[in-house]
Design a protein around this ligand. Structure first.
Ligand code: ARG
Length: 659
């Protein structure tokens, strides 16, 4: 049940002959924040009144007279300049909740189309350990896939693994120069990660050495700029002084950024120089950066040795990430990595050239696009293909194979330009009837507001984050003070399983709770807390619903029976508030789809938990005053448990029966 949609239909009928765009006006329906104004409010009269030539209040009155909603609303009221306040009838709420109780979809309508939607998410570059940056695509993509599937779309999830890029050049080089074949054989995953880190550190060291003089020069220049900017601070003119102050602030921030850069370059350098063995390797491999690219190029050209190494390493790299996906409870329909498209890249470039879309420029094959300074390069001078070429091949393959109406790419905001160009090329290739969406997202920051790094300067590993969250969850939920209250007592295995579910859920929920386009600061203590905007709180609310049902010794089918027998009726405002909240479940899910914004569901679940908590404080279930009241409350508790469980499930967060 989507109440605003139902209201919208009725408003369209009432407005139809007043404007040629009734849908837009009828869609101006919002849930109210204060129950004094009813449950929903329509704000159409204000923008519509000029077109109709009436004042807004009179128009609102006219609309109310024409509006046919009495079958589910109380008589609408006009307030202020022409707000139309709508309050749902209690009988309607009761009826809808009873329907929900008998419906395993919790009253959420399925979309009729059943279109195919491809969701490209997670997509890490394998061969290096997954880091904090991978959490967002994985978690947001999974939540969207689950939600769209529940709504009735045919979702096709594809993990577009980076299994063919420079990172393989890195481990191939590492294996050839530093690898111990026996260890790779006996303990492949840690050994390959070690080789990756080792070679990467040498590359970063070289890059840092080259970058230091440039950064120092930039600092000197900026310091001079700062002196100049500061001299204007003493200007007699107030306006000039103000703008000088602003400029000084900006230059100071830039200088601080450069100094931070220099620090992290220094860290990378001392990381190597302070370790004699590492330094010796760095000195023995001064051209490591170029050599790694050469190994990658050889792999792409089909060099037997490199191809054999790639085939040997890839399954281990996949094992490593699959272990994390298992822990995160994330699955994919397909894992067609970049390597899968390798044979299609040549033909893609030829096709672009044949259609006159691509042309040679400085030896590279480029697609020039209106409105962009730089073209999309699809083949480099040396014959190598690029990320963009693979994405074009992938796009063509997906169209031919899955016939989707929509493809969703859940990828970091920093790749926005790549996708704008990709979609522009797709358009010129005649793919305009398929909806291509870049669901972009911001960065996970450390508590200092900077991208989250480990002490050695690499991005924090995903696994250690998960471990940290589970440890924290164990302290918060399974501490001795809390454990005392459980009967039968919780054994170790149950405690472990709760800690894992609460810890992993907390990381996902916190990530999904921020609007995806904003950066956020990672704070485990806030994420796992029992109180606050956390999944722990929602999971705990769910567990409370289960406890009540257990004490009442009622299964869902019993509740359904009681409701039939005794009927339902609201006698307390907290019951009605909870009922209304539960009926808004579909609205929240539809909102997630509309903007690819899982935070809408997060907000809904938190709000529902809060309303449930009030209900819990104010309404006795086991000691209810009459059988009808008890049936009503048991129905609310049952539905609340189901909605919280399903809602969390759509976000990829699990629940436990008690905690
Ligand atoms: N592997 C890429 C990266 O880590 C992300 C791939 C996203 N998907 C795509 N079709 N380009 O940056």
């Amino acid at each position: 049940m989507h109440i605003p949609q139902l209201l919208q239909e009725r408003f369209v009928a009432a407005i139809k002959d007043l404007t040629d765009d009734p849908e837009t006006f009828a869609s101006m329906i919002r849930a109210t924040t204060d129950p004094k104004h009813g449950d929903y409010q329509c704000n159409a009269a204000m923008p519509l009144c000029k077109k109709v030539g009436q004042d807004s209040r009179t128009l609102a009155q006219t609309l109310v007279e024409r509006l046919d909603v009495l079958d589910f609303c109380e008589a609408p009221e006009v307030a202020g300049p022409g707000f139309i306040n709508l309050k749902l009838r209690d009988t309607f709420l009761c009826e809808q909740l009873q329907k929900m109780l008998g419906d395993e979809r919790c009253g959420v309508t399925k979309v009729a189309s059943g279109d195919n939607i491809v969701i490209d998410f997670s997509s890490p570059n394998v061969a290096k350990p997954m880091h904090v940056g991978h959490i967002r695509s994985t978690v947001i993509g999974d939540a969207l896939a689950r939600t769209l599937k529940f709504l009735g779309y045919n979702t096709i999830t594809d993990n577009h693994l980076g299994d063919w890029g420079t990172q393989f050049g890195i481990i191939i080089y590492g294996y050839k120069h530093f690898g111990d074949p026996a260890t790779v054989e006996s303990n492949p995953v840690p050994e390959l990660s070690k080789l990756y880190r080792h070679v990467n550190q040498l590359i970063e060291y070289r890059k840092a050495l080259a970058a230091v003089p440039k950064t120092k020069a930039a600092i000197t220049e900026t310091e001079a700029e700062l002196v100049a900017a500061k001299s204007a601070l003493t200007s007699a003119d107030a306006k000039a002084q103000k703008s000088a102050k602003k400029l000084v602030g900006a230059v100071e921030r830039r200088l601080a950024g450069l100094n931070d850069d220099l620090d992290s370059l220094d860290e990378k350098i001392t990381g190597v120089t302070s370790d004699p063995a590492l330094l010796a390797d760095a000195e023995k491999h001064p051209k490591v950066d170029v050599a790694v690219l050469e190994e990658t190029a050889k792999l792409h050209q089909g060099d037997k040795e490199n191809l054999a190494l790639w085939e040997k390493f890839l399954p281990h790299c996949k094992d490593e990430i699959n272990r994390i996906y298992d822990r995160l409870d994330v699955q994919f329909d397909h894992t067609l990595g970049e390597s899968y498209y390798h044979p299609m890249l040549g033909p893609v470039v030829q096709q672009l050239e044949a259609k006159g879309l691509a042309s040679k420029s400085d030896g590279a094959v480029c697609v020039f696009l209106d409105g962009f300074d730089a073209p999309m390069i699809v083949q480099k001078q040396d014959g190598a293909y690029l990320y963009a070429t693979t994405d074009l091949a992938t796009l063509q393959y997906r169209l031919d194979t899955f016939h989707p109406s929509e493809i969703v790419y859940v990828v970091d905001t920093r790749q926005s330009e790549h996708f704008v160009k990709l979609f522009a090329v797709a358009d010129r290739l005649g793919m305009s009837d398929i909806k291509l969406v870049h669901v972009n997202f911001g960065t996970v920051l450390g508590e200092d507001g900077k991208p989250m790094k480990t002490r050695s300067g690499s991005l924090t590993g995903l696994e250690s984050l998960l471990d940290g969250a589970v440890d924290r969850a164990r302290q918060v939920v399974c501490n001795p003070d809390r454990l005392e209250n459980f009967d039968p007592p919780m054994d170790e295995a149950e405690q472990e399983s709760i800690a894992e579910i609460v810890g992993i859920g907390a990381i996902k929920f916190a990530d999904l709770g921020h609007h995806r386009t904003s950066d956020y600061r990672f704070n485990l203590n806030k994420m796992v807390a029992l109180e606050g905007n956390t999944s722990t709180y929602v999971q705990y609310s769910y567990a409370r619903t289960q406890k009540i049902l257990e004490r009442a010794e009622k299964a869902e089918s019993d509740v359904l029976e009681l409701v039939k027998q005794h009927g339902v009726e609201f006698t307390h405002p907290a019951e009605r508030s909870l009922a209304l909240m539960l009926l808004k479940f579909e609205e929240a899910i539809v909102a997630v789809h509309k903007d690819y914004a899982p935070n809408m569901l997060v907000e809904y679940l938190l709000e529902t938990s809060k309303v449930y908590s009030k209900f819990n404080e104010q309404c006795h279930v086991l000691r209810a005053e009459s059988e009808t009241i008890q049936a009503t409350r048991l129905m609310l508790v049952t539905l609340c448990g189901r909605v919280l469980n399903k809602g969390l499930n759509l976000l990829g967060v699990n629940v436990v029966p008690r905690m």
